[in-house]
Structure formats: C-alpha cells, structure tokens
Design a protein around this ligand. Structure first.
Ligand code: B12
Ligand code: SF4
Length: 558
C-alpha cells in the first residue's frame, strides 16, 4: 500500500512556453550503490531521447545522477538553478525507484512550476504508483520519443497535456487514465538510434572511475591490465526494440506490449546499419575497446543478420574503418547458437557471449518458460569455449516451485563451467520486477517478500516486492541459509578487498552453498577445489590480504 503525496500542481497553473521551444532536462535512473552489482554505464534511454529531441530542434540536456562532479543532489540542484526548465523527465527502474523518486521530489521542491514527467520501465508498468508517490504531472508509457515530441509541441501551443497517446495522467475526478501508443516502427527506431549523441556521453569519466575502482595499476601483468581495460572501455549499443520470448521472470519482454496495449512488432537495425553505428562510435570515442550489443536477444534462432554482420565487421576491419583490435560482447539466447555462428562471431572479434541460461535444472527452466534451451546448454558452452569465446552465464539459483535438488544441480553445474573457463553471475532467487508474469501471479503472493521503501526527504513510502522465495519449505530454508552465509562471507571479505567481480562472487556462492546443501544429502563440489578456484581468480595483491580471511570465513559455514 502506498502513501500519497499532496501538492500536485494542475496543468493550467503551470508557466507557459507559448511560441518558443521548451527546455527539457532528462534524468537517468539513480543507483547510489553504483557499480556494486552492475557495470556502470551512461543511461542509454535518456541519451537516446536527448539526441532525438535535439534532431527535432528541441534543447534537451541529460543529468546523469551516477556520474556527476560532486554529490548528486547538490549537482542536480545547481543544474536546476542554472536555467528555467520547462520539463524535467525522470527515468525509473524497479530497483532504483526510491532514489529516482527522491530526485523527482527534489526537482519539484526546487522549481515548483516545472512539468515533471516520469518515464522508463517502472513508470510504464506502474503509472498509478508514480502519480501517487511523487508530484509527477504525467507518466510516459514505453518509448519516450513520440510522447516527448508531442509534449513539446503542446507546450509551444499552450495546449493541455492530457490525452497524449503513450501517456497516463490523473483526471479531475482523481482516477488515472492512460492512452496506449504503438511502438516505434523499424525506420523510426533506426532514426532514433542513429541520433544517440555518443560524442556527448561522458564515457571518459565512467572509464576513469571504473579504472580507479578496479585498481588497474596494481594488476600483476600487462595481460591482466589489458584484459580489464577491454572490459572497462566499452560502449553499449542496443539495436533491437524488444525480445518476445516471454520468460516468466522477465519484465522487459512485456514493456512495449504494456505501453501499446497489444503485441508490439519486433524492430531492429540491419547488418549494414549496425556497422555504421560501430564506425560512428569508434570515430567519436576512439579509446573504446569493446562494443557491447546489449540487445535483450542479439541472435534469434532463425536469424538472418548475424552471419552477414560478422562478415561486414570483418570487412570494415580489413578496410580500416573499424580498428582491427576492436572487440564485441553480446547478450544471446543459447539455443540460437550454432558452431558456424560461433566461429563467425569469434572471427569478427566477439570475445564474450552473455547467455541468460538462468538454470541447469529442467524443472526450473520449465517454470521460467525456457525449457527449450536445456538441450543446447552443454554443447554450446563447450563449442564456445573451444573457439576461444568466454561464455558469461547469468543464473538464478532457485525458482518459486523448485526443490533442493534443483538448487544443487545449479551449484554443481555452475562450478563445473566456471572451472572450464566460463564466467558466471548468480542471483539467489527471482526478483519480481513489475511487469513480469511471475510478479503478477497471485498464487505466488504468499511466497513473495515485501520491503518498505521510503523516499528520502518526504514521508512517502510503499511496500516493494523484493523476492519470490521457493514454496517448498526445504528449498526455501536452504536458499535463505545460503544467502546469509554468502552475505557473511562478503562482509568478512569487505574489509580486505575492494570490488569483487562476478566470477569471484559466483565462487563465493558455491562456497556458501556447499555445506548447506550437503546437509540436505546433495553432492557438492569438494570445498578445497572451490577454494583453489577462488584463490586462482583473485589478483595477487588481494590474495595476500584475503588468504588468512578466506579459510576462517569458510570454516564458519561448516
Ligand atoms: C543495459 C542495461 C543495464 C546496464 C546499463 C544501464 C544504463 N545505465 O543504460 C547496467 C548493467 C548498468 C544496468 C544496470 C541496472 N539494471 Co538494467 N538493463 C539494461 C537493459 C538490458 C537495457 C537498457 C537500455 O539501455 N535500453 C534501451 C533504451 C533505449 O531503452 P530504455 O532505457 O527503456 O528507454 C526508453 C524508454 O524506457 C523511455 N524512457 C526511459 N527513461 C525515460 C524517461 C523519460 C522522462 C521518458 C519520457 C521516457 C523514458 O524512452 C526511452 C527511449 O525510447 C535493460 C533491459 C531492457 N530491455 O531495457 C535492463 C533493465 C532496464 N535493468 C534492470 C535493472 C533491474 C537494473 C539494475 C537496477 C540492476 C541491479 N541489480 O542493480 C541496475 C540499475 C543501475 C542504473 N544505474 O540504472 C531491469 C529493470 C526492471 C524494472 N522493471 O524496472 C531491466 C528491465 C532488465 C530486467 N528485466 O531485469 N542495466
Ligand atoms: S530471453 Fe531474455 S530478454 Fe527474452 S524474455 Fe527471456 S529473459 Fe527476457
């Protein structure tokens, strides 16, 4: 249940912009824990919108709360004071929501007559909550391009902002109304992606911060330093509008459908357009070493783009249009990979392929609506490793209807593939992101855990669903115990180490799970083998500090 915010300003009372182009400020999602669990990067959504608006002659700036010179709130306050903004748009995601909303409140306190607009994932799935929890005047649903253009045009004409397709608003009787809008067509999507102002985006600042955090200088060998720099000096590019695979834990698969009110059409760049974008990126960010194709799904099973794209990249490298050493990462469905595609990708410079494997247990995969990938996991991982590609597996250790044996299978297989050369990122349970089928399943409510979230600087708060635990009592106790051991291990190591990459974290999960699952009669990898793998993956400087701490922490789990 959410508590309400008062003090909404009716549209009519707001300052006019008749005849002139409005000034728009867009704020990216705010993650004050920046980089602890994720790889920090400029917020692509709001930058894409800024580029698009600029192309249409509208002045739009981006405030990136994760990368500013001073403290975030102070930096935002001086930016707000520096100009008369007509519209401030706040981008929202589920996990960053309380921080996004705190910034929204701050903006409205600083400039009460501004039109405050919410957009992004969480706003699209929960417009009512946005309009209740923060003083938003309007919520944009789905892609922001067309609605923002229409908002700017209405402001110029001093027209009301209600009834814009692709928005939700509160009516005079207090109810929330929404008007669906079609997703961008293929050509519109291409035009918008082509306007992303990569030259204005502060990659250098992000890279410097990440290099400092990862202590590049203290890595033992040149090869280590080069490998880490290739990871850090990356630029993300998204060439697809959405993935239609409908995994039950995934929210982004439903994002455009929610905004459109029906099934959206898939749209993406073709091979030549992808290469054109890569050329643009290397021209304006010449220090980039890796381009990350962050499409939800980069290669479809019946894909006709990946082979021509690899060919086109190889040609562009041979012609000198793209540096020969430029590498690529993409996020993929494992069932779309064939030996031919893997070899072509390797030749083009794909170094890491992310696979949302999620689970090695067929039971869990069925529950995730992903059973079809099961027969592909082993052979594709082996093929990828054999051609020199590092697979990065994202895993969710448990599912709402799993049993202890399923969790154990995940831990065993994750360890096996880590030792074989894969990178593994692990999450203990399903996080019920708004819009995901599992988050909307009423039968899972009893096993959903809620936490109260407060918005700093206000009295507003709400109950946020944070995890779905297994219904089975043993599986539930096991995963919670594993999590608490992992947290303790992390705390023990926190004093002696800085940033732990996911390869190290996943081994800590394995170490934590071993004794717990053995008590349930499951076979687990030998503890010494896990410890050895862990020590092998830490930089020499960290091993010296960690060596005494690790066995102590590991003993505690016995
Ligand atoms: C790349 C990515 C990342 C990268 C980079 C993010 C970045 N800074 O750009 C990294 C790894 C850092 C990351 C981190 C996180 N991510 Co992330 N990420 C993605 C991913 C795969 C693509 C996002 C993207 O760039 N999309 C392309 C752009 C163009 O689209 P867009 O951002 O949605 O923007 C469009 C519209 O939403 C809208 N819009 C967006 N903002 C606004 C604002 C206004 C005012 C308006 C009008 C419109 C508007 O217009 C834009 C253009 O059309 C998405 C999945 C997805 N398909 O979106 C997950 C996703 C957004 N991430 C998610 C999460 C949970 C996170 C984390 C919170 C995870 C964590 N454990 O910490 C962090 C948050 C960190 C942060 N600072 O934001 C979830 C959000 C779930 C939800 N329902 O809210 C998603 C959907 C993945 C998922 N299903 O689990 N992420
Ligand atoms: S394949 Fe990935 S992006 Fe597509 S629905 Fe499943 S989890 Fe979501």
């Amino acid at each position: 249940m959410a508590t309400t915010v008062s003090g909404l300003i009716p549209f009519g009372a707001l300052r006019g912009t008749a005849g002139r182009q409005p000034r728009i400020l867009l704020i990216g999602p705010y993650d004050p824990m920046g980089g602890e669990y994720t790889f920090l990067a400029p917020p692509l959504g709001v930058w894409r919108l800024a580029g698009f608006l600029h192309q249409h002659g509208i002045a739009a700036d981006v405030f990136d709360p994760n990368c500013c010179a001073g403290p975030t709130e102070q930096s935002l306050a001086s930016l707000i004071a520096s100009s008369r903004w007509d519209v401030v748009g706040v981008s929202t995601t589920g996990m960053t929501l309380q921080y996004d909303l705190a910034l929204a409140h701050l903006v409205k306190r600083l400039q009460p007559d501004v039109r405050l607009i919410a957009g992004g994932m969480e706003a699209t799935f929960r417009p009512e909550s946005m309009l209740t929890l923060a003083p938003f005047d309007l919520v944009v649903l789905g892609e922001g391009e067309r609605p923002l253009l229409e908002i700017a045009s209405r402001l110029r004409q001093r027209a009301a902002l209600e009834e814009i397709p692709g928005t939700a608003w509160r009516t005079a009787d207090g109810s929330v109304r929404r008007l669906p809008a079609h997703a961008l067509g293929r050509d519109e999507l291409r035009d918008s992606i082509f306007q992303i102002p990569f030259e204005r985006m502060p990659y250098r600042m992000y890279w410097d911060r990440l290099e400092h955090r990862c202590r590049i200088g203290s890595l033992p060998t040149k090869a280590d330093r080069e490998a880490r720099l290739a990871e850090i000096r990356s630029v993300r590019l998204i060439t697809l509008n959405y993935c239609p695979m409908r995994c039950t834990f995934c929210s982004s698969t439903n994002f455009l459908n929610e905004a459109q009110g029906s099934t959206a059409k898939i749209a993406r760049l073709d091979a030549a357009e992808c290469v054109e974008m890569i050329e643009r990126i290397v021209n304006v960010q010449p220090d980039v070493r890796t381009v990350i194709f962050q499409d939800d799904i980069f290669v479809f099973r019946n894909d006709d783009r990946v082979l021509p794209l690899c060919e086109a990249i190889a040609t562009a490298k041979a012609d000198g249009r793209i540096p020969p050493e430029l590498q690529f990462i993409s996020t993929n469905r494992i069932d779309a990979m064939t030996p031919e595609r893997l070899r072509a990708m390797r030749r083009a410079g794909f170094r890491v392929l992310g696979f949302g494997v999620e689970s090695f247990s067929l039971n869990i995969l069925r529950e995730f609506n992903k059973a079809q990938i099961h027969p592909f996991i082993e052979p594709v991982l082996a093929d990828a490793l054999s051609v020199g590609i590092t697979p990065f597996l994202d895993m969710i250790l448990s599912s709402p209807r799993c049993h202890v044996g399923d969790i154990a299978e995940n831990v065993r297989q994750a360890f096996k593939w880590t030792v074989a050369g894969c990178e593994v990122g692990m999450y203990p349970y399903v996080i019920p992101f708004s819009g995901a089928a599992m988050a909307n399943d009423p039968t899972l409510r009893p096993s959903t855990i809620y936490e109260r979230r407060h918005i700093a600087g206000t009295t507003a708060s709400w109950e946020q669903a944070t995890k779905i635990l297994p219904v089975d009592a043993d599986a539930r106790s096991a995963i919670l115990e594993i999590e608490s051991v992992f947290d303790e291990l992390l705390r023990t190591l926190a004093d002696s180490s800085t940033h732990l990459p996911s390869r190290v974290r996943s081994l800590l999960w394995t170490l934590s799970a071993g004794p717990v699952l053995e008590r349930y009669g499951c076979d687990m990898p030998p503890r010494e083998a896990v410890m050895r793998a862990l020590v092998n993956r830490l930089p020499a400087s960290a091993i010296r500090v960690l060596r005494p701490a690790l066995p102590v922490a590991a003993q505690r789990v016995v």
